[in-house]
Design a protein around this ligand. Structure first.
Ligand code: 13P
Length: 287
């Protein structure tokens, strides 16, 4: 059964580790992440962007697929199904469809409007026992076609949003989605620290987990990050393994063209990436 992400993140925060949010794109992605979490006895959050939700034929399809897998694969570790960077409308769609966690990304609205909309959605989510993440300070990089630079959130604004009762908060600290440019200045630990000072025990979320060096990840966890989002890194490892298979001509040997064979190396590559991240984040054995 899907669970809200609140309890697993409060535990992570208290235990000084982070739970990974891994974004899903299709059946192979979902199965790879769930199986790895079960093998490592780790809690996990499956992230679904609006674009990926549309690609997978809508939120009802996603909920059906994930619930089916939890049963058929005998997944017993805590799993949350989470809308990633949701708009106001899509938060309601996911609450309706049976997601166990949502993110309302109101970071592009003026702070007053972000506050109003977040407040309303906190109530709607909590009425259903669903956890909710909010965002302050836009996280840069390319997300569904929009490119932005990594901003640093205003700690006062973070407090305003935190006080609305959100379960965890994404604050921009110079992080961006996708690959980091060579001239990236690194995470702003000063901002992270200031945000946590203002928000008390609230678990903080680090987006753009791909390509952040291990020492920065560890420091971020020590300063209050309890959820780390990873998307691009699974895509890169899936693509590299699939390319290797095709370049070696394996799709032309025997029945190597069978999708169950063709997609197997990419599937294993996602599993390896997820394992590496869970080990780094410290969530192994914490289910
Ligand atoms: P990356 O694609 O950079 O790993 O970021 C993932 C993310 O933050 C999803 O919200």
């Amino acid at each position: 059964m899907l669970v809200s992400a609140t309890e697993m993140l409060n535990k992570a925060k208290a235990g000084h580790y982070a739970v990974g949010q891994f974004n899903i794109n299709n059946l192979e992605w979902t199965k790879a992440i769930l199986q790895t979490a079960q093998e490592l006895n780790s809690p996990v959050i499956l992230g679904v962007s609006e674009g990926a939700g549309k690609y997978m034929c809508g939120y009802q399809t996603v909920v059906g697929m994930v619930n089916g897998m939890l049963k058929e694969l005998n997944i017993t570790v805590p799993v949350a199904l989470h809308l990633d960077h949701g708009s106001y409308e899509h938060c309601y769609k996911c609450l309706e469809a049976g997601f166990s966690s949502i993110m309302f990304d109101g970071s592009h609205y003026p702070i007053e409007e972000n506050v109003e909309k977040t407040k309303e959605l906190v109530k709607a989510a909590h009425d259903k026992g669903v956890s909710i993440e909010a965002e302050v300070g836009a996280i840069g990089g390319e997300e569904d076609g929009v490119i932005g630079m990594g901003e640093c959130a205003d700690p006062e604004e973070c407090k305003k949003i935190a006080d609305l009762g959100v379960d965890f908060l994404a604050a921009g600290i110079g992080n961006i989605h996708g690959k980091y440019p060579a001239n990236w200045k690194g995470l702003s630990f000063e901002t992270l620290d200031a945000v946590q000072q203002k928000t008390g025990d609230l678990p903080l979320v680090l987006h753009g987990g791909t390509g952040i060096p291990a020492d920065m990840i560890k420091k971020a966890i020590s300063l209050g990050v309890a959820k780390i989002n990873v998307n691009t890194e699974c895509q890169l490892s899936f693509a590299a393994a699939t390319r290797k298979y095709v370049e070696e001509g394996k799709d032309q040997q025997g029945k190597g063209y069978d999708p169950r064979k063709l997609l197997a190396p990419g599937f294993e590559a996602i599993k390896a990436t997820v394992k590496e991240k869970m080990e780094l984040f410290g969530s192994v054995g914490k289910a």
